[in-house]
Design a protein around this ligand. Sequence first.
Ligand code: NAD
Length: 482
Amino acid sequence: MSATASVAGVAVSPDHYIGGERISSSATFEDVSPIDESHLADIARGGADEVEAAVQAARHAFPAWAALGPEGRGEHLFRIADLIEERTETLAQVETLDNGSLLEASQLRLMKRAATNFRFFAELAIERDRRSWESNGTAYRVRHDPSGVAALITPWNAPFMLETWKCGPALAAGCTVVLKPAEWAPLTASLLGEIADDAGLPAGVLNVVQGLGEEAGAALVTHPGIARISFTGSVETAQLIGQAAARNLTPVSFELGGKSPFLVFPDADLDAAVETATYQYDNAGQVCLAGTRLLIEESIADEFLEGFLAGVAQRKLGDPRDPETDIGPLITHEHLARVEGFVQRAIDDGARLVIGGRVSPDLGSLYYEPTLFTHVRQDLEIVQREVFGPVLTLQTFGDEDEAVELANGTEYGLAATAFTRDDDRGERLGEALVAGTTWINCFYARDLGAPFGGAKRSGIGREGGEWSFDFYADVKTVARRT
Ligand code: NAD
């Protein structure tokens, strides 16, 4: 066991959490805060050995955890939810230092949502129907039996929320879990291990292996003892994981990137549309669901742009711990270089830079100004590929058909947002837009009972509500002659 790190005054273990114990590794990697690039901790750098130990612990714990049934498991998961709520402030402070997301957003929303991720799925597992019917003298029943050990791999942009979004349903479904958090924001996953321990979760039910994607992550997804792989991250990593999973025929669920359209029609509430459009820079654009392609009907484009630029000018870039701040830093220099590459290539391609396009001269070197490009063709890289930074494009359209064609004209299909007061048009768009989630006159509304995932290259499968159990469970038909 290594010495704990002190982060925002909170003691955080830099070790793995395996079989209910803190386990160190001989190698470590450095965790740095994007706020001021200060050193936060040296984190255990796991590999095949640590993954092996975690999978064995999870396999050992599985039969008893599965046998507890939904009620027995629920008691543990409700305690975890309570502890997350009690520790909201601690979790929020650590997460903000670790990944630079807004402190207030974590305090007010994200940590509460993380607690709900446990409570909701524990309740759903208890309540859900066991479907049964009779046909030709045979009674049929559908069971959702826990499938085994679930490997959960998560990104850094909303770490704790996304880790719990996977752990909650997987554990409620009766799986045991090996979680591999992102190396750019590993700290709150360590606190989740502590919460599980304090909640009395049996050893081995939830394991956290820290490490790099190409080491710990790759060892985990190739392990033959894994029954399910649930991954949230980039398309490129998903392609590697898909190849690894194919060797063992391990089922995968992928929640991947997006290049989501944000459509505004002339019959829209323009003020609401403009205000919501400015939110697409939240978390410095490091949001998979962000509507990064503004598609505006041509007769209102000038008015929209004027309002949008005025709105963006009001949004404050700065330290994410300051309640006045709206937009914080990018996560790392490596990621900044990626964002800068996209912006430079867009300029080289002839796109017109309207605002931003640079690191703020007044702040630290990771604070990138909200950026907008106009005069972009549909085939340009800046329209086609996910930047995952505060970079939007604006295109105009003549009519609804053209709007839909532009909206659907990328390889992604994670989400779509449209503003219109015409309910019939809203219905038509709901059908025509190829996206896992379509929001009409709203953004980011995400009930846990709704399926979530991406069409096309934005993902494989759906999680949320019953869909989570379909993934984490072995769905079984029992047919009995009556
Ligand atoms: P990433 O793909 O680089 O990494 C995600 C996770 O995969 C990390 O934990 C990483 O360590 C691990 N990993 C990397 N290589 C691996 C390998 N070979 N084998 C196994 N694991 C490996 O993504 P990121 O940069 O952390 O996150 C940004 C991406 O995530 C964006 O594309 C964003 O759109 C997407 N994202 C999607 C959603 C969603 O719900 N659809 C939510 C958040 C982020």
